[in-house]
Design a protein around this ligand. Structure first.
Ligand SMILES: NC(=O)c1ccc[n+]([C@@H]2O[C@H](COP(=O)([O-])OP(=O)(O)OC[C@H]3O[C@@H](n4cnc5c(N)ncnc54)[C@H](OP(=O)(O)O)[C@@H]3O)[C@@H](O)[C@H]2O)c1
Length: 263
């Protein structure tokens, strides 16, 4: 069974696990207990509140989905895979975060995801990943392709560093994760970059001439005229526990653009 099947990871999981039952929010709102009669041997729990800034305004709403939803998924009583985030870390390190590093989330979204890790229980694989993108749903890649088609220049944050991870690679790697003992694993693309570096690579690979103006997070926040949630300045993830290694983020970018017929 796949929860959150309407999301970008949910779509990729449905492709990687063609025999799974994909459930969208309309079929199971995970902030409520599972509907009667659901039967599964494994739950791929991809449903989540992923609006990082929105979680600051409504932390209880975010917790109802992220913590409550994970409790409800775990209550099915079968093995569970759930995805957590690099945003459980505060970003003060300058070498990759490994599984034994102490979490210290900066914002409400990261706090709910950290509580969700605990709510997953002992029969769960908790896969911390980062900066997801894919051919569907809302994500940075799709936003950049839209802006790149409209503008000569886009201002992009250059003081947050992470590993943009293609959901297709992550979904495939999930099969190997379930061969490991239950626990927390870091699974993100190899390599790292800033959002500005990622944007430049997107324009280059997609054949767009759009320029990237590198700005700070503070400049971006001022331009948005909105109070944005704090985000870690550095959140590269690596595994010290033998989690599957993913291809480089640039390979993920090319694979995703190929899906969109853009390379
Ligand atoms: N996106 C990232 O950069 C990132 C980074 C690290 C970790 N993660 C984690 O990876 C997982 C997958 O994220 P994603 O990028 O695929 O997110 P996404 O594209 O936002 O998909 C999340 C899905 O969950 C659904 N959902 C929200 N509330 C729900 C509810 N109450 N009941 C059932 N479904 C609900 C959403 O439905 P609607 O479309 O109707 O809202 C959406 O289809 C999440 O656990 C996320 O925290 C994401």
């Amino acid at each position: 069974m796949i929860t959150g099947a309407g999301g970008q990871l949910g779509h990729a999981l449905a492709e990687a696990f063609p025999d799974a039952l994909p459930l969208t929010r309309a079929e199971w709102d995970v902030s409520h207990p599972a509907p009667e009669g659901l039967d599964a041997s494994l739950v791929l729990h991809a449903a989540a509140w992923t609006n990082v800034d929105g979680a600051e305004d409504d932390p209880q709403g975010a917790a109802a989905v992220n913590v409550g939803g994970t409790q409800h998924a775990a209550a099915l009583g079968v093995p569970l895979v759930t995805w957590s985030t690099d945003y459980v870390f505060d970003g003060t390190k300058r070498t990759p975060y490994v599984e034994s590093d102490p979490p210290s989330p900066l914002g409400a979204y990261g706090r709910t995801k950290l509580h969700a890790e605990a709510a997953a229980g002992n029969s769960a694989w908790v896969v911390r990943t980062a900066w997801l993108f894919g051919p569907t749903s809302h994500n940075f890649l799709r936003t950049m392709l839209r802006l790149g088609a409209e503008r000569d220049e886009v201002a992009v944050v250059d003081d947050q560093r992470g590993s943009p991870t293609y959901v297709g690679h992550l979904a495939e790697a999930t099969k190997q994760v379930t061969d490991l003992p239950h626990g927390v694993y870091h699974v993100a693309a190899a390599g790292d970059c800033t959002w500005a570096g990622f944007a430049e690579a997107i324009f280059e690979e997609a054949g767009l001439a759009t320029r990237v103006r590198r700005i700070t997070t503070a400049e971006f926040g001022a331009a948005q005229k909105a109070q944005l949630a704090p985000r870690p300045a550095y959140s590269v993830l690596r595994s010290e526990k033998g989690a599957p290694e993913l291809p480089h983020w640039r390979d993920g970018l090319r694979a995703c653009l190929a899906r969109l017929d853009l390379v």
